[in-house]
Each structure stands twice: as structure tokens, then as C-alpha cells.
Design a protein around this ligand. Sequence first.
Ligand SMILES: CC(C)(COP(=O)(O)OP(=O)(O)OC[C@H]1O[C@@H](n2cnc3c(N)ncnc32)[C@H](O)[C@@H]1OP(=O)(O)O)[C@@H](O)C(=O)NCCC(=O)NCCS
Length: 163
Amino acid sequence: MPDMLANLLILPDLQPHLNALSEQGVVIRRANVFEISQVRSFIQNNFATSWADEVLVGFSNKPVTVYIAIRDGEVIGFGAYECTRRAYFGPTGVTERERGKGIGKALLLACMHGLRDLGYVYGIIGGAGPIEFYSGALGAIVIPGSEPGIYADRLKRRTEPDD
Ligand SMILES: CC(C)(COP(=O)(O)OP(=O)(O)OC[C@H]1O[C@@H](n2cnc3c(N)ncnc32)[C@H](O)[C@@H]1OP(=O)(O)O)[C@@H](O)C(=O)NCCC(=O)NCCS
């Protein structure tokens, strides 16, 4: 999976996306450090242990560089930045039953605005899976020669616990 580059100077506004989700009962906000265990369990149970590990770094940043999506007091999605490397976005994920409602895009935009607030002009989507999601939401482009990038020489996956 290649890395992608997004121009942070031309980001779409975030607020309309937050407002639309709020009307559907979904809150997007920065995570708090007292929520580490809950967020970590969500990521581990729905995605991968390695993603939960990456996100832990974001909880050490101030402000915390992890956003979460919440419905009825439960985490239903997350997005993180400035974790895996500087200026990196990711990982991110939305629980399956909540996909296709604009939650992933709102999390992405919140994180990209966060990167811009840190002073970056370009954001890097590390090891981008759904390339069309990022090109559609942000006009991000694939970085030539970026594969395998930092994901070279990976450790073997373990079966227990996953990843
Ligand atoms: C990728 C992911 C976060 C998207 O979340 P989502 O809440 O379903 O996305 P949204 O509803 O905000 O979609 C926004 C737009 O992207 C499009 N889109 C969403 N997922 C897409 C995908 N996998 N491929 C291409 N386009 C996609 C939607 O159709 C929508 O388009 P529109 O604005 O034209 O209507 C979610 O599918 C997910 O958790 N996937 C598994 C984990 C993953 O792959 N994470 C990324 C690792 S780099």
C-alpha cells in the first residue's frame, strides 16, 4: 500500500460535516487520555493490535492527536495523526455498521485540520488502503515510490493476539 500526499492549504471546512453528523446523533471530538483503554479496546477488537499501538502515541501528544466518533456513548470510529511518523495521518477506522454515513470523512478532515494546526503544509496518509476514499475526500495523490516505505521488513504477524 503506497503513501498519499494531501495539500492542507485547501482543506474543506470541517464544521458542516460535524453539524450533519450531529443531526444523526454522532459526535466527532478529540479523545481524552482517560479514555485510552476504551479507545484501545475498540481498535483492537474491530481492527488490529498494531493500529491500537500506533494510536497510543497520539495519546501522549498534547493536544491528543486522536479523534473519535461516538454514538450513544460508544466509540464507533477513530482517526489519528502525528503518531506513526511526523505529518502522518492514520490509522483510522469506522465500525462496519456505521460506514457510508460520512463518519470516516469527518474523522479524516478533523485530523487533517489538526495536522495543519501543527504547522504542516502537506499531510501524508501512511500506507493508504482505500486510495479512492482519500483522493475523493481530499484530492490526495499517491506518492510515487512510497511502497513499502516504513512498512518494509515487518515482523511476522502473530495469530494470538491478532497482528
Ligand atoms: C475507510 C473508512 C474509514 C471510510 O469510512 P466511512 O465512514 O465508511 O466513509 P464515509 O462514509 O465518510 O465516506 C466518504 C466518501 O468516501 C467514499 N468511500 C468510503 N469508503 C470508501 C472506500 N473503501 N473506497 C472508496 N471510496 C470510499 C464514500 O462513498 C463517500 O463518498 P461520497 O462523499 O462521494 O459520498 C471505512 O471504510 C473503514 O473503516 N474501513 C476499514 C479500515 C480502513 O481501511 N482504514 C483505512 C486504512 S488507510
